[in-house]
Design a protein around this ligand. Structure first.
Ligand code: GDP
Length: 325
């Protein structure tokens, strides 16, 4: 194989994708989600060709427990932004699709108004594979959406498992949606997720304004405690109603404020690129290892470990010593 990407002829999807054609974008994402080796190679060619045109967007991650109002919120915010002339892409990372092939987020008809908006593009979570695989494909989908001219990327994930960390590592700003009953909520929100949040938004403020005010105060206090003094951004708590639209402008104003410091965004982007590189490296190293290892030997050692005749540490040592090539 002589060639680097520069030697590949332009992929047929590259031109229509860069022209912003949604069908080409959808096809390109399907290609990037495929696990067929020839599709994977094609997708990498396409990605490397459009990569120079990617990156010019704001990437916002959103999370919250099922029922907090994520789809309602993203739809309301997305329609506002698209009406204002932005091109808005919505992607999802759904860890339930990893385990079951089904999904918490994908089954109902979500975001009907945004779905038909000409300034918007909505893509459900890739399904199957590992969470790492889902995350990798979502990263690639981000790149493809940006190359197609989408300037606002909303990446949604459901508040379970490790997916928040993954989505925070691929976005510029991470938003945690919570409910007005924050007293109970705060107990339930894992500290790790609060630490990832650049913004906390108490949604459904319309249902109980007094509780929403209280929740906002409590979340503000919690965020203050969690944030180091020299942090480049002080995470804050806001409140909103995805149903009435109240507070959505303030949420977006906070996103804009976050973005107003180019150094801050630049640093986050470098972190994202670094995380992406490391993930790909880990994946490639694993694939290479699996290709080189004696599968029979691997099974036998695993059985030894499960039967407690070897410790996991001994099993791995022995396997690494055993590796062919
Ligand atoms: P998700 O599971 O987090 O995506 O939540 P959904 O967006 O599906 O919302 C769950 C329910 O809460 C739906 O019935 C929404 O209409 C409702 N909902 C969402 N946001 C608000 C809000 O701001 N106020 C009120 N009153 N209801 C809301």
């Amino acid at each position: 194989m002589p060639a680097g990407p520069a030697a590949d002829p332009p992929h047929p999807l590259a031109a229509p994708l860069l022209a912003g054609e949604r069908r080409a974008l959808a096809k390109a994402i399907t290609l990037a989600e495929s696990t067929r080796p020839d599709h994977e190679r094609e997708a990498q060619t396409l990605l490397s060709q459009v990569l120079p045109h990617a990156g010019r967007s704001v990437r916002v991650g959103l999370t919250g427990v099922p029922g907090v109002g994520k789809s309602t919120f993203i739809e309301a915010l997305g329609v506002r932004l698209a009406d204002a002339g932005h091109r808005v892409a919505v992607l999802a990372v759904d860890p339930s699709s990893v385990r079951t092939g089904g999904s918490i987020m994908g089954d109902k008809t979500r975001m009907p108004a945004l779905t038909v908006h000409e300034g918007a593009f909505i893509r459900p979570s890739p399904s199957g594979g590992t969470l790492g695989g889902v995350a990798r494909r979502t990263r690639e989908a981000i790149t493809l959406c940006e190359a197609a001219g989408f300037d606002v990327l909303l990446v949604e994930t459901v508040g379970v498992g490790q997916s928040e960390t993954q989505v925070a590592a691929m976005t510029d700003l991470f938003v945690l949606l919570t409910l007005p009953n924050a007293g109970d909520e705060l107990q339930g929100i894992k500290r790790g997720i609060m630490e990832l949040a650049d913004l906390c938004v108490v949604n459904k403020a319309d249902t109980n304004p007094a509780a929403a005010n209280r929740a906002q105060r409590e979340l503000s206090a919690a965020l203050r405690l969690l944030t180091p003094h020299d942090a480049p951004w002080r995470p804050r708590a806001l409140q909103a109603s995805a149903l009435t639209g109240a507070g959505l402008d303030e949420v977006w104003a906070a996103v804009e404020e976050y973005r107003s410091d180019p150094g801050r965004v630049e640093r986050r982007r470098r972190e994202q690129t670094g995380a992406w590189f490391e993930e790909l490296l880990r994946e490639a190293a694993w694939r290479k290892f699996r290709a080189g290892v004696d599968a029979e030997r691997l099974r036998a050692l695993r059985a030894e470990v499960l039967a407690a005749r070897l410790t996991p540490v001994q099993g791995v040592r022995e396997l690494m010593g055993d590796r062919k090539g």
